[in-house]
Ligand binder design. Structure first.
Ligand code: NAD
Length: 433
């Protein structure tokens, strides 16, 4: 087998570099602390919600294509399963650490609770460098990691999904490995699968669609018209390009988008389908001819009404928050805004739709995938989209109501909503001893 064969669908190698100047997960937990304090959370329950339920570290030995044996380290953390099976992606990356996986698993717990889907939070990862591994090596890592954590996995206990550098191909291998052990096909053990083997219609577009829906609701809340509303989107991958497309279809004017090669700008509005076509053919925006080119940081401070950071964490910081002109920020990415920037945006009166709400469309349709797999009955795309819309709109309303009730910003409101839901189940279930 060749060491040079590479997976054709490897995704997102460039993003999510953690533990840089401001650790977004520490920032997330500090927001959790603040929300818990505002809720006067019982100190005992606070301790429970601050601690991951289960942390697994495994060795993942495989034969490299050269015949040499290599041993990788894998993690799976189940943060909280009081509301249902643990749900969360698996990432393959050199930056993976147990602390990072723990924090991401906590994040998933709050995200599932904000949209009120019956899942707890989990995350997993293997410390490896996918660009330097062949497809066959990645398959061996995926299958060995799956078998190492197999006692935890299962439709009723722990349901992984794709994350950084993992994709539907790997989800297919996880499903197959698990099913071979169980001696029957178990599609609901993992989500983000190919449609042919139990994936859901609408999953690919779900995160961007969720962004469009909550932005529409924010415009309504602020009494701003759809017409003449200008949008700038940072990141033109899965989330950013679909959000831009659906916002344009809604009637908004998308004036700028960017990717890691730079930004493009047209004050009269870009034609998003043409831009998508260009990226399909040429990969990057840098050669796009029908618009002006701008540095990608400028997209964040452009004269516009809605800003959608949909690329990386920590991009809106104390350094540029004062220059943000948008009235609404819809956080398509995880952790794009630092805690310091939050304070500045609040002073400026910017309406932030926080990540744990704004990008929860993805996990919501993952939930639909799990439901469809368990029921063995598959929905058409319209049904998926209608049900997603109902959940996103209701969750948005609940977060705004919580923020108004406690006179806090929408981010704190979202955390309060999540913590209240997880805490309520803990109180009802009581403490098993
Ligand atoms: P992706 O890899 O498909 O796209 C990322 C995009 O960001 C690419 O266009 C890339 O060129 C661009 N980018 C990278 N560096 C940039 C920079 N410095 N400036 C501007 N653009 C830059 O990834 P994705 O799936 O769209 O995920 C984007 C973000 O959304 C991540 O934070 C991810 O964790 C989060 N998210 C994704 C999903 C999902 O369903 N895909 C769900 C929830 C959250």
């Amino acid at each position: 087998m060749s060491t040079t064969s590479r997976p054709s669908l490897l995704i997102r190698p460039e993003k999510d570099t953690f533990l840089n100047e401001e650790n977004p997960f520490e920032a997330m937990m500090s927001r959790f602390d603040y929300a818990a304090e505002r809720l006067s959370l019982d100190p005992g329950l606070y301790k429970v919600l601050r601690s991951p339920e289960k942390q697994i570290i495994v060795s993942v030995p495989i034969h490299r294509d050269s015949g040499e044996v290599e041993v990788f380290t894998g993690y799976r953390v189940l943060y909280n399963t009081s509301r249902g099976p643990a749900k969360g992606g698996i990432r393959f990356d050199m930056q993976v650490t147990l602390d990072e996986v723990k924090a991401l698993a906590a994040w998933m717990t709050w995200k599932c609770a904000v949209v009120n889907i019956p899942f707890g939070g989990a995350k997993g990862g293997v410390v490896c460098d996918p660009p330097n591994l062949s497809l066959a090596e990645l398959e061996r890592i995926t299958r060995r990691y799956t078998s190492a954590i197999i006692e935890t996995l299962g439709p009723d206990s722990d349901v992984p999904a794709p994350d950084v550098n993992t994709n539907e191909r790997m989800m297919a291998w996880i499903m197959d490995t698990y099913s071979m052990h169980k001696r029957h096909t178990v599609t609901a053990v993992v989500t983000g699968k190919p449609i042919e083997m139990g994936g859901s219609q609408g999953r690919r577009e779900a995160t961007g669609r969720g962004c469009m829906l909550v932005t529409r609701e924010a415009l309504k809340t602020l009494g701003l018209p759809i017409r003449d509303t200008r949008v700038a989107v940072q990141g033109f991958g899965n989330v950013g390009s679909i959000a831009a497309q659906l916002m344009e279809e809604l009637g908004l004017t998308v004036v700028a988008v960017s990717d890691k090669s730079g930004g493009i700008y047209n004050p009269k509005g870009l034609r998003i389908k043409e831009v998508q076509q260009h990226v399909r053919q040429h990969r990057f925006l840098s050669e796009y001819k029908e618009a002006d080119h701008i540095p990608n940081e400028q997209v964040l401070t452009l004269d516009c009404d809605v800003l959608v950071p949909a690329a990386l964490e920590n991009v809106i910081t104390s350094k540029n928050a004062r220059d943000v002109k948008a009235r609404i920020i819809c956080e398509g990415a995880n952790g794009p805004t630092t805690a310091n920037a939050d304070r500045i945006l609040e002073e400026k009166g910017v309406f932030v739709i926080p990540d744990i709400l704004a990008n929860a469309g993805g996990v919501t349709v993952s939930y639909f995938e799990w439901v469809q797999d368990r029921g063995g009955y598959f929905w058409d795309e319209d049904t998926v989209n209608q049900r997603l819309e109902r959940i996103m709109v209701q969750s948005f309303d609940e977060v705004v109501a919580m923020a108004n009730k406690h006179s806090v910003n929408t981010r704190v409101g979202a955390y309060m909503q999540a913590i209240e839901r997880v805490a309520a189940v803990h109180r009802l279930r009581g403490m098993y001893a």
